[in-house]
Design a protein around this ligand. Structure first.
Ligand SMILES: [Zn+2]
Length: 477
Protein backbone atom coordinates (compact mmCIF):
# COMPACT_ATOMS: atom_id res chain seq x y z
CA UNK A 1 0.00 0.00 0.00
CA UNK A 2 1.36 3.42 -0.87
CA UNK A 3 1.66 6.07 1.83
CA UNK A 4 1.27 9.83 1.79
CA UNK A 5 3.30 12.31 3.76
CA UNK A 6 2.34 15.91 4.47
CA UNK A 7 5.49 17.91 4.95
CA UNK A 8 5.13 21.29 6.59
CA UNK A 9 8.46 22.43 5.13
CA UNK A 10 10.64 20.67 2.56
CA UNK A 11 13.55 21.20 0.22
CA UNK A 12 12.49 20.17 -3.28
CA UNK A 13 14.73 20.35 -6.39
CA UNK A 14 13.29 23.77 -7.27
CA UNK A 15 13.74 25.13 -3.75
CA UNK A 16 12.01 25.38 -0.38
CA UNK A 17 8.30 24.87 -0.13
CA UNK A 18 5.99 25.66 2.75
CA UNK A 19 3.89 22.55 2.43
CA UNK A 20 4.04 19.46 0.25
CA UNK A 21 2.26 16.17 -0.19
CA UNK A 22 4.55 13.30 -1.11
CA UNK A 23 3.33 9.86 -2.09
CA UNK A 24 5.58 6.81 -1.66
CA UNK A 25 4.98 3.37 -3.16
CA UNK A 26 5.18 0.28 -1.01
CA UNK A 27 8.64 -0.45 -2.40
CA UNK A 28 9.89 2.92 -1.20
CA UNK A 29 9.86 5.04 -4.37
CA UNK A 30 8.41 8.55 -4.55
CA UNK A 31 5.47 8.46 -6.96
CA UNK A 32 4.03 11.98 -6.54
CA UNK A 33 5.11 15.33 -5.13
CA UNK A 34 2.52 18.04 -4.89
CA UNK A 35 3.05 21.47 -3.46
CA UNK A 36 0.04 22.03 -1.25
CA UNK A 37 -1.89 25.22 -0.93
CA UNK A 38 -4.43 26.44 1.61
CA UNK A 39 -6.45 23.68 3.20
CA UNK A 40 -5.29 20.87 0.93
CA UNK A 41 -3.66 19.17 3.88
CA UNK A 42 -6.42 20.02 6.31
CA UNK A 43 -7.55 16.55 7.23
CA UNK A 44 -4.06 15.19 7.39
CA UNK A 45 -2.91 17.99 9.62
CA UNK A 46 -5.23 16.79 12.34
CA UNK A 47 -3.11 13.64 12.39
CA UNK A 48 -6.34 11.62 12.27
CA UNK A 49 -5.42 9.93 9.01
CA UNK A 50 -2.19 8.40 10.23
CA UNK A 51 -3.58 4.89 10.17
CA UNK A 52 -5.09 5.36 6.74
CA UNK A 53 -1.68 5.56 5.08
CA UNK A 54 -1.18 9.29 5.73
CA UNK A 55 1.33 10.87 8.01
CA UNK A 56 2.04 14.47 8.84
CA UNK A 57 5.71 15.32 9.27
CA UNK A 58 6.49 18.15 11.66
CA UNK A 59 9.82 19.86 11.07
CA UNK A 60 11.93 20.49 7.99
CA UNK A 61 12.41 17.68 5.46
CA UNK A 62 15.58 17.57 3.36
CA UNK A 63 16.98 14.88 1.03
CA UNK A 64 19.21 12.24 2.60
CA UNK A 65 22.88 12.48 1.69
CA UNK A 66 24.87 9.91 -0.31
CA UNK A 67 28.22 9.06 1.23
CA UNK A 68 30.21 8.59 -1.97
CA UNK A 69 33.40 7.22 -0.45
CA UNK A 70 33.82 4.90 2.51
CA UNK A 71 36.23 2.22 3.73
CA UNK A 72 34.12 0.71 6.50
CA UNK A 73 36.84 -1.26 8.29
CA UNK A 74 38.78 1.95 8.98
CA UNK A 75 36.09 2.95 11.50
CA UNK A 76 37.98 0.65 13.89
CA UNK A 77 40.98 3.01 13.90
CA UNK A 78 39.23 6.39 13.99
CA UNK A 79 40.86 8.37 16.79
CA UNK A 80 43.50 5.69 17.39
CA UNK A 81 46.32 7.16 15.33
CA UNK A 82 46.58 10.55 16.99
CA UNK A 83 49.01 9.31 19.60
CA UNK A 84 52.78 9.82 19.77
CA UNK A 85 52.82 11.54 16.42
CA UNK A 86 56.07 13.08 15.29
CA UNK A 87 57.01 15.48 12.54
CA UNK A 88 57.82 12.42 10.43
CA UNK A 89 54.22 11.23 10.47
CA UNK A 90 52.20 11.60 7.30
CA UNK A 91 49.66 9.83 5.14
CA UNK A 92 52.28 7.16 4.47
CA UNK A 93 52.93 6.31 8.13
CA UNK A 94 49.17 6.34 8.82
CA UNK A 95 48.87 3.85 5.96
CA UNK A 96 51.21 1.47 7.82
CA UNK A 97 48.80 1.44 10.77
CA UNK A 98 45.86 1.00 8.41
CA UNK A 99 47.54 -1.99 6.72
CA UNK A 100 48.21 -3.56 10.11
CA UNK A 101 44.50 -3.22 10.92
CA UNK A 102 43.42 -4.49 7.48
CA UNK A 103 45.48 -7.62 8.10
CA UNK A 104 43.61 -8.47 11.30
CA UNK A 105 39.99 -8.09 10.21
CA UNK A 106 37.94 -11.28 9.83
CA UNK A 107 34.43 -11.22 8.29
CA UNK A 108 32.46 -11.25 11.60
CA UNK A 109 34.53 -8.29 12.86
CA UNK A 110 33.90 -6.44 9.61
CA UNK A 111 30.14 -6.98 9.99
CA UNK A 112 30.22 -5.60 13.54
CA UNK A 113 32.38 -2.58 12.64
CA UNK A 114 30.41 -1.72 9.51
CA UNK A 115 27.02 -2.14 11.26
CA UNK A 116 28.07 0.38 13.93
CA UNK A 117 29.43 2.71 11.26
CA UNK A 118 26.31 2.53 9.10
CA UNK A 119 24.09 3.28 12.12
CA UNK A 120 26.28 6.33 12.79
CA UNK A 121 25.99 7.36 9.14
CA UNK A 122 22.20 7.18 9.21
CA UNK A 123 21.95 9.20 12.42
CA UNK A 124 24.18 11.87 10.92
CA UNK A 125 22.20 12.10 7.65
CA UNK A 126 23.90 9.74 5.21
CA UNK A 127 21.14 7.51 3.80
CA UNK A 128 23.31 5.57 1.35
CA UNK A 129 26.97 4.74 1.07
CA UNK A 130 29.44 3.67 -1.61
CA UNK A 131 31.80 1.15 -0.10
CA UNK A 132 35.16 1.25 -1.90
CA UNK A 133 36.21 -2.19 -0.86
CA UNK A 134 39.71 -3.54 -1.46
CA UNK A 135 40.23 -6.20 1.22
CA UNK A 136 39.41 -9.33 -0.76
CA UNK A 137 41.40 -12.27 0.54
CA UNK A 138 41.75 -14.26 3.70
CA UNK A 139 44.39 -13.25 6.22
CA UNK A 140 46.73 -15.91 4.82
CA UNK A 141 46.31 -14.44 1.31
CA UNK A 142 44.17 -17.31 -0.04
CA UNK A 143 40.92 -16.63 -1.86
CA UNK A 144 37.62 -17.28 -0.08
CA UNK A 145 35.85 -20.34 -1.39
CA UNK A 146 32.44 -19.60 -2.91
CA UNK A 147 31.07 -16.19 -1.98
CA UNK A 148 33.57 -13.64 -0.75
CA UNK A 149 32.92 -13.56 3.01
CA UNK A 150 34.32 -10.03 3.40
CA UNK A 151 32.07 -8.64 0.68
CA UNK A 152 29.10 -10.40 2.24
CA UNK A 153 30.02 -8.91 5.61
CA UNK A 154 29.57 -5.39 4.22
CA UNK A 155 26.21 -6.24 2.64
CA UNK A 156 25.03 -7.85 5.87
CA UNK A 157 25.96 -4.71 7.82
CA UNK A 158 24.07 -2.50 5.36
CA UNK A 159 21.00 -4.69 5.77
CA UNK A 160 21.35 -4.64 9.58
CA UNK A 161 21.45 -0.85 9.59
CA UNK A 162 18.98 -0.23 6.76
CA UNK A 163 21.28 1.98 4.66
CA UNK A 164 21.41 2.00 0.84
CA UNK A 165 24.63 0.42 -0.43
CA UNK A 166 26.64 0.80 -3.62
CA UNK A 167 29.27 -1.89 -3.32
CA UNK A 168 32.43 -1.24 -5.33
CA UNK A 169 34.74 -4.25 -5.60
CA UNK A 170 38.14 -2.64 -6.07
CA UNK A 171 40.92 -3.76 -8.38
CA UNK A 172 44.32 -3.70 -6.68
CA UNK A 173 47.34 -5.29 -8.33
CA UNK A 174 50.58 -3.36 -7.86
CA UNK A 175 52.30 -1.50 -5.04
CA UNK A 176 53.41 1.49 -7.11
CA UNK A 177 53.80 2.91 -10.59
CA UNK A 178 55.88 0.82 -12.96
CA UNK A 179 54.05 -2.41 -12.16
CA UNK A 180 55.86 -3.01 -8.87
CA UNK A 181 54.61 -6.20 -7.20
CA UNK A 182 52.39 -6.04 -4.14
CA UNK A 183 54.09 -5.93 -0.75
CA UNK A 184 53.45 -8.73 1.75
CA UNK A 185 51.14 -6.50 3.77
CA UNK A 186 49.06 -5.84 0.64
CA UNK A 187 48.45 -9.53 -0.13
CA UNK A 188 44.81 -9.40 1.00
CA UNK A 189 44.07 -6.67 -1.56
CA UNK A 190 45.04 -8.64 -4.66
CA UNK A 191 42.41 -9.27 -7.30
CA UNK A 192 43.09 -10.60 -10.79
CA UNK A 193 41.42 -8.72 -13.62
CA UNK A 194 39.36 -11.72 -14.73
CA UNK A 195 38.10 -12.53 -11.23
CA UNK A 196 37.21 -8.84 -10.75
CA UNK A 197 35.25 -8.70 -14.02
CA UNK A 198 33.55 -12.05 -13.39
CA UNK A 199 32.50 -11.00 -9.90
CA UNK A 200 31.13 -7.63 -11.04
CA UNK A 201 29.25 -9.26 -13.94
CA UNK A 202 27.73 -11.90 -11.65
CA UNK A 203 26.55 -9.29 -9.14
CA UNK A 204 25.07 -7.08 -11.86
CA UNK A 205 23.23 -10.08 -13.33
CA UNK A 206 21.79 -11.13 -10.01
CA UNK A 207 20.71 -7.54 -9.23
CA UNK A 208 18.86 -7.38 -12.55
CA UNK A 209 16.92 -10.47 -11.53
CA UNK A 210 16.64 -9.86 -7.80
CA UNK A 211 15.94 -6.13 -8.00
CA UNK A 212 16.75 -4.69 -4.57
CA UNK A 213 16.12 -0.95 -4.29
CA UNK A 214 18.81 -0.78 -1.62
CA UNK A 215 21.79 -2.35 -3.38
CA UNK A 216 23.80 -1.43 -6.44
CA UNK A 217 27.05 -2.91 -7.64
CA UNK A 218 29.70 -0.66 -9.11
CA UNK A 219 33.45 -1.05 -9.47
CA UNK A 220 36.60 0.75 -8.47
CA UNK A 221 40.24 0.96 -9.43
CA UNK A 222 42.19 1.58 -6.27
CA UNK A 223 44.50 4.14 -7.91
CA UNK A 224 46.89 4.49 -10.82
CA UNK A 225 49.68 3.24 -8.58
CA UNK A 226 47.71 0.06 -7.84
CA UNK A 227 46.40 -0.66 -11.37
CA UNK A 228 48.61 -0.34 -14.47
CA UNK A 229 47.09 2.01 -17.03
CA UNK A 230 46.77 -0.63 -19.76
CA UNK A 231 44.86 -2.91 -17.36
CA UNK A 232 42.64 -0.02 -16.27
CA UNK A 233 41.81 0.81 -19.86
CA UNK A 234 41.01 -2.76 -20.87
CA UNK A 235 39.00 -3.50 -17.71
CA UNK A 236 37.04 -0.22 -18.05
CA UNK A 237 35.90 -1.15 -21.53
CA UNK A 238 34.77 -4.55 -20.32
CA UNK A 239 32.94 -2.98 -17.37
CA UNK A 240 31.12 -0.78 -19.85
CA UNK A 241 29.99 -3.92 -21.70
CA UNK A 242 28.70 -5.42 -18.46
CA UNK A 243 26.67 -2.31 -17.60
CA UNK A 244 27.07 0.99 -19.45
CA UNK A 245 25.83 2.92 -16.39
CA UNK A 246 28.05 1.17 -13.85
CA UNK A 247 29.52 3.61 -11.30
CA UNK A 248 33.33 3.52 -11.53
CA UNK A 249 35.48 5.12 -8.83
CA UNK A 250 39.22 5.74 -8.45
CA UNK A 251 41.47 7.41 -5.87
CA UNK A 252 43.52 10.02 -7.67
CA UNK A 253 46.05 12.78 -6.90
CA UNK A 254 45.56 12.60 -3.14
CA UNK A 255 49.24 12.96 -2.31
CA UNK A 256 52.00 15.02 -3.95
CA UNK A 257 54.33 12.02 -3.81
CA UNK A 258 51.82 10.10 -5.93
CA UNK A 259 51.64 12.91 -8.50
CA UNK A 260 55.43 13.10 -8.68
CA UNK A 261 55.86 9.32 -9.03
CA UNK A 262 53.26 9.25 -11.80
CA UNK A 263 55.02 12.06 -13.68
CA UNK A 264 58.35 10.36 -13.32
CA UNK A 265 57.02 7.07 -14.63
CA UNK A 266 54.69 8.26 -17.39
CA UNK A 267 55.56 11.91 -18.06
CA UNK A 268 51.99 12.81 -17.12
CA UNK A 269 50.14 13.80 -13.98
CA UNK A 270 47.55 11.21 -12.80
CA UNK A 271 44.44 13.25 -13.67
CA UNK A 272 45.99 14.15 -17.03
CA UNK A 273 46.35 10.43 -17.74
CA UNK A 274 42.70 9.80 -16.92
CA UNK A 275 41.57 12.72 -19.06
CA UNK A 276 43.69 11.50 -21.98
CA UNK A 277 42.41 7.93 -21.62
CA UNK A 278 39.04 8.92 -23.08
CA UNK A 279 37.33 6.81 -20.43
CA UNK A 280 35.83 9.49 -18.18
CA UNK A 281 32.07 9.92 -18.24
CA UNK A 282 29.31 10.96 -15.82
CA UNK A 283 29.56 7.44 -14.32
CA UNK A 284 33.10 8.07 -13.09
CA UNK A 285 33.89 9.45 -9.66
CA UNK A 286 37.38 10.79 -8.98
CA UNK A 287 38.07 10.48 -5.29
CA UNK A 288 40.14 13.32 -3.74
CA UNK A 289 41.64 14.96 -6.88
CA UNK A 290 43.37 17.11 -4.27
CA UNK A 291 46.37 18.06 -6.37
CA UNK A 292 44.59 19.03 -9.57
CA UNK A 293 45.62 21.87 -11.87
CA UNK A 294 43.00 24.39 -13.07
CA UNK A 295 43.04 22.69 -16.49
CA UNK A 296 42.46 19.30 -14.89
CA UNK A 297 39.52 20.61 -12.86
CA UNK A 298 38.07 22.07 -16.04
CA UNK A 299 38.62 18.74 -17.81
CA UNK A 300 36.82 16.72 -15.12
CA UNK A 301 33.92 19.19 -15.14
CA UNK A 302 33.77 18.97 -18.94
CA UNK A 303 33.20 15.20 -18.75
CA UNK A 304 30.46 15.70 -16.14
CA UNK A 305 32.28 13.19 -13.92
CA UNK A 306 32.06 13.72 -10.16
CA UNK A 307 34.80 14.52 -7.68
CA UNK A 308 34.38 13.14 -4.18
CA UNK A 309 36.05 15.30 -1.57
CA UNK A 310 36.46 13.78 1.89
CA UNK A 311 37.74 16.87 3.56
CA UNK A 312 37.84 15.69 7.18
CA UNK A 313 39.93 12.68 6.13
CA UNK A 314 42.11 14.83 3.86
CA UNK A 315 42.67 17.22 6.77
CA UNK A 316 43.38 14.36 9.16
CA UNK A 317 45.97 12.90 6.78
CA UNK A 318 47.52 16.21 5.76
CA UNK A 319 46.75 15.64 2.07
CA UNK A 320 46.36 19.23 0.87
CA UNK A 321 43.65 21.61 -0.37
CA UNK A 322 41.14 20.79 -3.07
CA UNK A 323 40.18 23.98 -4.90
CA UNK A 324 36.44 23.69 -4.38
CA UNK A 325 35.80 27.28 -5.40
CA UNK A 326 37.47 26.94 -8.79
CA UNK A 327 35.85 23.55 -9.42
CA UNK A 328 32.31 24.73 -8.60
CA UNK A 329 32.77 27.83 -10.74
CA UNK A 330 33.68 25.52 -13.62
CA UNK A 331 30.32 23.81 -12.94
CA UNK A 332 32.13 20.79 -11.54
CA UNK A 333 30.02 18.13 -9.86
CA UNK A 334 31.06 17.64 -6.26
CA UNK A 335 30.07 15.02 -3.72
CA UNK A 336 31.34 14.06 -0.27
CA UNK A 337 32.46 10.97 1.60
CA UNK A 338 33.54 9.90 5.06
CA UNK A 339 36.49 7.88 3.66
CA UNK A 340 38.66 6.92 6.70
CA UNK A 341 35.72 7.65 9.09
CA UNK A 342 37.78 10.17 11.08
CA UNK A 343 34.47 12.08 11.08
CA UNK A 344 31.08 10.72 10.05
CA UNK A 345 28.83 13.74 9.46
CA UNK A 346 27.86 15.26 6.12
CA UNK A 347 27.20 18.66 7.72
CA UNK A 348 30.77 18.75 8.97
CA UNK A 349 32.21 17.79 5.56
CA UNK A 350 30.22 20.60 3.94
CA UNK A 351 31.10 23.16 6.62
CA UNK A 352 34.80 22.51 6.09
CA UNK A 353 34.48 22.83 2.32
CA UNK A 354 33.39 26.41 2.94
CA UNK A 355 35.71 27.08 5.91
CA UNK A 356 38.77 25.90 4.00
CA UNK A 357 37.97 28.48 1.31
CA UNK A 358 37.32 31.23 3.89
CA UNK A 359 40.66 30.57 5.58
CA UNK A 360 42.47 30.59 2.26
CA UNK A 361 40.72 33.64 0.77
CA UNK A 362 40.21 35.60 3.98
CA UNK A 363 36.56 36.32 3.27
CA UNK A 364 33.14 34.76 3.89
CA UNK A 365 30.43 33.21 1.72
CA UNK A 366 32.86 31.87 -0.87
CA UNK A 367 30.71 28.98 -2.10
CA UNK A 368 27.34 30.75 -2.19
CA UNK A 369 26.16 31.80 -5.62
CA UNK A 370 23.54 34.07 -7.10
CA UNK A 371 21.02 31.26 -7.67
CA UNK A 372 21.39 29.94 -4.14
CA UNK A 373 22.66 32.54 -1.68
CA UNK A 374 22.31 30.19 1.32
CA UNK A 375 25.66 28.43 1.54
CA UNK A 376 24.28 25.52 3.55
CA UNK A 377 21.43 24.87 1.11
CA UNK A 378 23.66 25.19 -1.93
CA UNK A 379 26.25 22.74 -0.62
CA UNK A 380 23.74 20.21 0.73
CA UNK A 381 21.61 20.12 -2.40
CA UNK A 382 24.56 19.89 -4.80
CA UNK A 383 26.31 17.18 -2.78
CA UNK A 384 23.10 15.15 -2.47
CA UNK A 385 22.36 15.25 -6.21
CA UNK A 386 25.94 14.61 -7.32
CA UNK A 387 26.43 11.99 -4.62
CA UNK A 388 23.47 10.12 -6.11
CA UNK A 389 25.10 10.36 -9.54
CA UNK A 390 28.41 9.07 -8.14
CA UNK A 391 26.91 6.04 -6.40
CA UNK A 392 24.55 5.24 -9.28
CA UNK A 393 21.34 5.23 -7.24
CA UNK A 394 18.09 7.14 -7.76
CA UNK A 395 18.34 9.14 -4.54
CA UNK A 396 19.47 12.65 -3.54
CA UNK A 397 16.26 14.63 -4.10
CA UNK A 398 12.63 14.62 -3.02
CA UNK A 399 11.31 14.02 -6.53
CA UNK A 400 9.23 11.51 -8.47
CA UNK A 401 11.16 8.35 -9.31
CA UNK A 402 13.70 8.80 -6.52
CA UNK A 403 13.89 6.55 -3.50
CA UNK A 404 12.16 8.01 -0.46
CA UNK A 405 15.32 8.86 1.51
CA UNK A 406 14.97 11.94 3.66
CA UNK A 407 15.83 13.55 6.98
CA UNK A 408 13.58 15.50 9.28
CA UNK A 409 15.21 18.41 11.10
CA UNK A 410 13.63 19.14 14.44
CA UNK A 411 12.33 22.72 14.42
CA UNK A 412 12.17 22.61 18.22
CA UNK A 413 15.88 21.80 18.57
CA UNK A 414 18.10 24.67 19.84
CA UNK A 415 20.12 24.43 16.61
CA UNK A 416 17.03 25.54 14.73
CA UNK A 417 15.83 28.18 17.18
CA UNK A 418 14.87 31.41 15.43
CA UNK A 419 15.65 29.85 12.07
CA UNK A 420 13.93 31.20 8.94
CA UNK A 421 12.26 28.50 6.85
CA UNK A 422 14.85 28.67 4.08
CA UNK A 423 17.86 28.77 6.44
CA UNK A 424 17.46 25.32 8.03
CA UNK A 425 20.47 23.85 6.23
CA UNK A 426 22.63 26.87 7.09
CA UNK A 427 21.84 26.11 10.74
CA UNK A 428 22.47 22.39 10.34
CA UNK A 429 25.77 22.83 8.46
CA UNK A 430 27.22 25.78 10.36
CA UNK A 431 25.67 25.54 13.81
CA UNK A 432 24.66 22.00 14.56
CA UNK A 433 26.33 19.18 12.59
CA UNK A 434 23.97 16.26 13.27
CA UNK A 435 22.22 17.11 16.52
CA UNK A 436 19.04 18.50 14.96
CA UNK A 437 18.42 15.43 12.74
CA UNK A 438 15.41 13.87 14.47
CA UNK A 439 14.11 11.25 12.02
CA UNK A 440 15.60 9.48 9.02
CA UNK A 441 13.72 7.61 6.31
CA UNK A 442 15.30 5.22 3.81
CA UNK A 443 13.21 3.68 1.01
CA UNK A 444 9.98 4.69 2.72
CA UNK A 445 10.90 3.17 6.07
CA UNK A 446 11.78 5.16 9.20
CA UNK A 447 15.17 3.90 10.37
CA UNK A 448 15.79 6.69 12.90
CA UNK A 449 12.93 8.00 15.01
CA UNK A 450 13.32 10.70 17.61
CA UNK A 451 17.14 10.51 17.35
CA UNK A 452 17.27 6.75 17.91
CA UNK A 453 18.10 4.00 15.46
CA UNK A 454 16.27 0.74 16.12
CA UNK A 455 19.49 -1.31 16.04
CA UNK A 456 21.80 1.12 17.80
CA UNK A 457 22.12 -0.75 21.09
CA UNK A 458 22.91 -4.11 19.51
CA UNK A 459 25.26 -2.44 17.01
CA UNK A 460 27.15 -0.65 19.78
CA UNK A 461 27.43 -3.84 21.86
CA UNK A 462 28.74 -5.81 18.87
CA UNK A 463 31.20 -3.07 18.03
CA UNK A 464 32.49 -2.82 21.61
CA UNK A 465 33.03 -6.59 21.78
CA UNK A 466 34.91 -6.52 18.46
CA UNK A 467 37.07 -3.60 19.51
CA UNK A 468 38.07 -5.40 22.71
CA UNK A 469 39.49 -8.20 20.55
CA UNK A 470 41.24 -6.03 17.98
CA UNK A 471 44.38 -4.36 19.19
CA UNK A 472 44.62 -1.20 17.17
CA UNK A 473 48.16 -0.65 15.99
CA UNK A 474 49.78 2.73 16.33
CA UNK A 475 52.65 3.48 14.01
CA UNK A 476 55.13 5.78 15.65
CA UNK A 477 57.15 6.89 12.64
ZN1 LIG B 1 39.72 6.23 0.18
Amino acid sequence: MSREYWMESALLPEGWTGSALVRVSDDGIITAVQKASGGAGGDAQTGADADAGRERIRGVVVPGMANAHSHAFQRAMAGATEYRLSARDSFWTWRQAMYALANRIEPPALTAIATQLFVEMLKSGYTSVAEFHYVHRRIDGAAYVGNNALWDAVSEAATNAGIGLSFLPTLYQTSDFGGRPLRRDQARFELQTDEFLRAVAARVRSERHGGSRMLRTGAAFHSLRAVPLATLREASLQLRDIDASLPVHIHVAEQLREVQACKQETGRRPIELLLESGLLSPHWCLVHATHATPAELQGIAGHAATVCVSITTEANLGDGFFDTNRYLRAEGRLCIGSDSQATVAPAEELRWLEYQQRLKRKRRGVLADAQEPHVGTRLWRDAAVHGAQAIGQAVGAIAVGRRADWLVLDSEHPTMAGCAADAALDHLVFAGASAAIRDVMVAGRWVVRDHRHGAEDTAAAGFAATMRELTIPVYTG
